[in-house]
Design a protein around this ligand. Structure first.
Ligand code: GCU
Length: 396
């Protein structure tokens, strides 16, 4: 595939052309400009309205996973009814006496998939992917317990002294093209409104909003060190983690696993999936405005190195997989590389060269980490080893 010639928008030139030279210029001016450009043209605006919420502890077991962990399951209701809610599954390592750092991430197929622990409640929500016997008519069965054990590597995370907090993304909005009237979003609509306005959020915005609501909860959890929450996501949920981390500075670290187009990858490269293809297959993910840039990447006022730059000066990790050309591993690396200019304003080190490393050779001993795992589009124990190693540098 040929990569077209392209010029990236200058992350360090403000909308009126003024050069951004210091971290103060960045924070007082440019950061907000870029955030607004993404909100206006790409992910859509996240409503700022606070809605009523209610927390219900559904389960607490201090002797979970053979005594290794404390498991909590919490349901958070929104909008004062029984219909709108998400379910957090929390595992905290019992060996730690202090507050623990945690990884927080949305899962694809229900909390019960992350571990075979029979105490996890099975989600009864609609699931986009999933065949029999684990799912029947898109609803989970008992057979779905633990089917994503490797993807979540719970024991590995706990052994390293971290907690894991996860929730099912379908609790917030079903991942289907006609879902804008379902889930949480309608709680924010004006009377009579059925779908978001063209510059309002899509499903990725809704999912990212929920990560911030989970953060609200974690700030009140005594056993969790809320100053050390790494938000993580794979693929479409990696796109979501980046957007959550860009908007909400309380996330101390952001990890994007194979997020590809609309995530870490430079869209102007038009390599693998393009925004036009993505917006056609998944029209509900981004704002309606984003479709105006289908096949017109060069006219988009931002590119994705700037999404990553919004995370500065907090550490960020980007991972690719060698056989995941659809997500453009080189484009993902370059997204991270070009964000480095903003980290440099803080005298922080980014990625050293414009050339991505070979497979299974993690790079980045500064604030931006990267690896390309040998293999397919997935999140594996190898990836978690790298995330834990990276997180240890900042959180331990
Ligand atoms: C599709 C989609 C990607 C997305 C991926 C995933 O492949 O085209 O943009 O990242 O699904 O979420 O697994």
């Amino acid at each position: 595939m040929n990569i077209p010639n392209y010029t990236l928008p200058d992350v360090l030139a403000s909308n009126n052309g003024t050069a951004i030279k210091t971290s103060a210029d960045w924070e007082n001016k440019r950061r907000q400009e870029i955030l607004e450009l993404f909100a206006q043209h790409v992910q859509g605006k996240t409503p700022q309205k606070k809605i009523e919420s209610r927390i219900v502890l559904r389960d607490k077991n201090t002797n979970a996973l053979n005594g290794r962990a404390t498991r909590k399951q919490v349901r958070i209701y929104f909008g004062g009814d029984d219909k709108h809610h998400f379910d957090l599954l929390i595992y905290l390592p019992n060996q730690s006496k202090k507050k623990v750092p945690v990884f927080l991430g949305l899962n694809f197929s229900g909390n019960q998939t992350v571990h075979s622990d029979p105490g996890i409640f099975i989600s009864d929500r609609w699931v986009r992917y999933g065949k029999e016997p684990e799912y029947v008519n898109n609803v989970a069965t008992n057979a779905s317990r633990g089917i994503e054990t490797d993807q979540w590597s719970v024991e590995k995370i706990l052994s390293a002294g971290y907690g894991l907090v996860t929730m099912y993304y379908g609790d917030l909005q079903p991942d289907s093209s006609n879902s804008a009237g379902a889930g949480i979003a309608p709680l924010f609509y004006k009377p009579g409104q059925m779908t978001p306005e063209s510059n309002e959020w899509g499903a990725i915005g809704v999912w990212a909003w929920a990560l911030s609501r989970a953060m609200d909860f974690l700030e009140k959890e005594k056993a969790v060190d809320a100053k050390k929450v790494a938000v993580i996501g794979h693929s479409r949920l990696g796109k979501t983690a980046l957007w959550a981390g860009a908007q909400d500075k309380r996330f101390a670290m952001v990890i994007s696993n194979n997020s590809g187009e609309g995530g870490a990858a430079i869209t102007r490269r038009k390599y693998g999936e393009t925004s036009a293809v993505m917006n056609k297959s998944f029209p509900h993910w981004f704002s309606a405005n984003y479709k105006k840039f289908d096949d017109k990447e060069d006219e988009l006022p931002v590119d994705y190195h700037e999404l990553i730059a919004l995370i500065a000066p907090r550490p960020v990790y980007i991972a690719s997989a060698s056989e995941d050309q659809w997500a453009d591993p080189t484009g993902e690396y370059l997204g991270g590389y070009h964000a480095g200019k903003v980290y440099a304003l803080y005298s922080l080190k980014g990625l050293e060269t414009e050339n991505p490393p070979p497979a299974n050779q993690p790079v980045g001993d500064g604030h931006i980490g990267y690896h390309m795992r040998q293999g397919i589009h997935d999140i594996t124990p190898y990836d978690w080893d790298q995330y834990i190693r990276f997180a240890d540098r900042f959180f331990k």
